[in-house]
Design a protein around this ligand. Structure first.
Ligand SMILES: [Fe+2]
Length: 480
């Protein structure tokens, strides 16, 4: 593929609205898809950034597009559908000017007054207990038909979630027990607001219950957490929401996103919530800023937590607002060790410069993992996928050509019993020279090599944010 020379910013057009593809199509494949690679990759990410008078001022406010790649017998079948949230439907009715997002306000005072940010269901696609869920930070899950990707409606787990509940976009599935764990921010509004994190367990049959509640001093922004064999692990960074600025946002002055600020003087709390429902333990420590967690595990009496650390919240609250011009530099991996005595140690990993979307072999979720995978960005030129070996400290990179930007790397094992890096990396990658997105398949053992296969979409989608692979091959079917 030729380098991009005609545009100053190779990423700009990735944020043009994607056209959904409701009928299944077979993608053109170059290279060879290994025949042992069989299953379905679901992904979710913002893909429509303006419609019906609504204009997203931040990528987080784009409408969620769920994509589906069925990989079977060396072929890839593809379809995509926007999640039919009330926000999406309002934009379709050309009432987008009355829709507000985390960083985007509606036109006019009345359209903002007393309204929380609209849910756009754009952050993750998770498969559990025969459900496909589209998730975001600001609402309940959306249940999606796993065959045709039509929106079935909000999922309340048989009444466990109320209309005001939140179910965060990074649930964790225990690979041994099949349980799904998650949390959501609760805002009990009485004479004052009493924020808390409500923890959930969903059993392998899909039945949910509350596991515990962590009371908070402030309303905080909390995007991710982790599990180990015995705990839910929260690292509560002091990203707090200023109540005055949040109140002004309700009047259309400023935005909800801009009401959040990193306040290191508030300190940080690590919270270990027993999976069996016992009392949680709180450890206070020096604060650090992060968005995503790779994995956590118990090492004797210690708990180890791998995160991608950021220097400043500005990349979220400032640089990402310029998303139509490019992506900002991002973070670097850090290992956090919480000892039995409550000491918290931090160790920078590798020679990284700008990575995000940490992933591991999900058969190791909650257990010690040897390999981590990241998407890396040189925002002005190209991206890479990085494989980090925690045993040797070795770092291997798949460098893309100029103008090619990968999303989150998903590891798929060759078989249920294959070694930890014996399998493939699947990553959506935006190819600026073709203004198209492709599914790239890499050999995880030999990540530097040319892709084993590239399956090109007919058009483009933004290659973020998150997704899941299941070894089930969903049948085809006409769109409803
Ligand atoms: Fe995320």
């Amino acid at each position: 593929m030729s380098p991009v020379t005609e545009t100053r910013n190779p990423l700009a057009r990735a944020f043009e609205p994607a056209v959904e593809c409701p009928e299944e199509v077979e993608l053109a494949v170059t290279g060879t898809i290994p025949h042992e690679l069989r299953g379905t990759l679901y992904r979710n990410g913002p893909a429509r950034f303006e419609a019906g008078g609504f204009r997203a001022e931040h990528p987080f406010d784009g409408d969620g597009l769920v994509t589906k790649f069925v990989i079977d017998a060396g072929t890839v079948r593809f379809r995509s559908r926007y999640v039919r949230t009330p926000k999406f439907r309002a934009e379709e009715r050309n009432r987008g000017g009355g829709v507000r997002g985390l960083y985007s306000q509606a036109a006019g005072l009345r359209a903002n007054l007393g309204r929380p940010p609209a849910d756009n269901a754009n952050t993750h696609a998770v498969v559990h207990a025969d459900r496909l869920l589209a998730l975001s930070d600001v609402g309940r899950p959306w249940e999606i038909d796993p065959v045709d990707l039509s929106t079935e409606g909000p999922c309340d787990f048989d009444g466990t979630l109320s209309r005001l509940s939140r179910f965060s976009p990074h649930p964790k599935i225990d690979p041994v027990t099949g349980e799904l764990f998650n949390f959501g921010l609760d805002l009990a509004v009485g004479r004052t607001i009493s924020p808390s994190l409500r923890c959930y367990r969903v059993d392998p049959a899909g039945r949910a219950r509350t596991l515990g509640v962590i009371a908070l001093d402030d309303v905080i922004v909390q995007h991710d957490f982790a599990i180990t064999e015995h705990f839910l692990v929260f690292a509560l960074a002091p990203i707090t929401v200023d109540p005055v600025r949040a109140g002004l946002a309700m009047l259309g002055r400023g935005t909800h996103g801009d009401a959040a600020a990193y306040r290191p003087e508030r300190g940080m709390r690590i919270v270990l919530v027993p999976r069996d429902g016992g009392r949680h333990r709180i450890i206070e420590c020096e604060p650090f800023l992060y968005v995503h967690i790779d994995n956590a595990y118990e090492d004797g009496d210690d708990v180890v937590l791998d995160v991608v650390r950021h220097d400043s919240l500005e990349f979220l609250t400032g640089a990402l607002k310029k998303f139509r011009d490019g992506l900002p530099a991002v973070g670097r991996p850090v290992r956090v060790r919480i000892t039995r005595t409550g000491r918290v140690e931090r160790e920078e990993l590798g020679e990284f410069t700008s990575v995000e979307f940490p992933m591991h072999d999900e058969r190791r979720t909650g257990r010690a993992h040897r390999f981590s995978y990241f998407a890396a960005y040189h925002p002005e030129s190209a991206g890479a996928i990085v494989k980090f070996d925690h045993h040797t400290g070795g770092e291997h990179r798949h460098e893309f050509t100029a103008g090619e930007f990968p999303g989150e790397p998903v590891f798929v094992p060759r078989s249920a019993t294959a070694a930890e890096d014996d399998g493939w990396i699947l990553a959506l990658t935006y190819l600026a020279a073709e203004h198209r997105t492709a599914l790239i398949i890499l050999d995880a053992k030999d990540i530097e090599r040319a892709p084993l296969a590239i399956a090109r979409l007919h058009g483009h989608v933004f290659p973020g944010f998150h997704g899941s692979f299941t070894d089930r091959v969903a049948p085809g079917g006409a769109a409803r």
